[in-house]
Design a protein around this ligand. Structure first.
Ligand SMILES: [Zn+2]
Ligand SMILES: [Zn+2]
Length: 255
């Protein structure tokens, strides 16, 4: 082994000691410069053709025909379940943002390969309110946005969208309450005429956050909004499944 190789191994060993790093999806130790372990990287990706390319939901869950649909296309990495769900919750509870960085890195590579997406003018994260940011110390959407920006060299703009303090956590609310709650998001006057913007968030549920943020960007002249998301939920499938369980339980009770 040459002196150079020995030095390289030694410096990596030191970096691993200084920055002990974990896979956020399964907790195993990974190298200091990795985001996820190899096993989790392979299981979290959604296969091609499964999602609607416009709204980012499964074809059963497609929301493209709803009145408040405001974004134009969606790039989604994972289902919000199992390993990916653990990685996303980890970013919300601790400061381990590895899952978001991995999502940003993978989405960034897809953007580079697409002739329309790689001409985008700006990357914008869904904002957090000041109070939430003070409480958490990290905005997962911004971790994704930052990584996409570093892969694609498309500039990041953190202040085009803002969020007032107050309001409730989206995932605690019903569909109608969510639509009301997203009024906490706002924008100031910017001249974004004809821009294409990549709008980043961690989870796509009913689409109300994405729609509100896309609507605000478009009120400043943005032409196209491409949603970039770490994960999407299987909403209707879950509801149907729960309904079936309820029905079969009540039938059993009748017998
Ligand atoms: Zn793992
Ligand atoms: Zn759709």
């Amino acid at each position: 082994m040459s002196m150079m190789q020995k030095m390289k191994i030694l410096s990596q060993f030191c970096l691993d000691l200084m920055y002990p790093n974990r896979c956020p999806c399964c907790d195993i130790h990974i190298k200091w410069n990795e985001f996820l372990c190899e096993k989790c990287k392979n299981v979290i990706l959604i296969e091609d053709g499964i999602l609607c390319p416009f709204c980012g939901k499964s074809h059963n869950d497609c929301i493209c025909n709803e009145d408040d649909m405001k974004y134009d296309e969606a790039i989604v990495l994972s289902w919000y379940e199992e390993e990916a769900k653990k990685g996303i919750i980890e970013a919300k509870l601790s400061e381990n943002c590895n899952f978001m960085k991995y999502a940003g890195y993978e989405i960034g590579k897809r953007i580079l390969e697409n002739e329309q997406w790689n001409m985008a003018d700006a990357i914008v994260p869904v904002p957090m309110s000041k109070n939430d940011f003070l409480l958490r110390g990290v905005n997962p959407a911004e971790c994704i946005a930052r990584e996409i920006s570093s892969v694609t060299h498309i500039p990041l703009y953190k202040n085009w969208l803002k969020k007032k303090n107050g309001g409730q956590k989206q995932h605690m609310l019903s569909r109608d309450e969510r639509a009301e709650n997203v009024k906490q998001f706002y924008t100031e006057k910017h001249n974004l005429n004809g821009y294409t913007v990549i709008l980043c968030d961690d989870i796509l549920t009913t689409g109300s956050t994405m729609n509100r943020c896309a609507e605000l960007l478009k009120s400043n002249g943005v032409k196209t909004v491409i949603a970039a998301l770490a994960a999407t939920t299987k909403r209707k499938e879950n509801e149907i499944w729960q309904q079936q369980i309820l029905e079969s339980t009540s039938e059993q009770l009748k017998q």
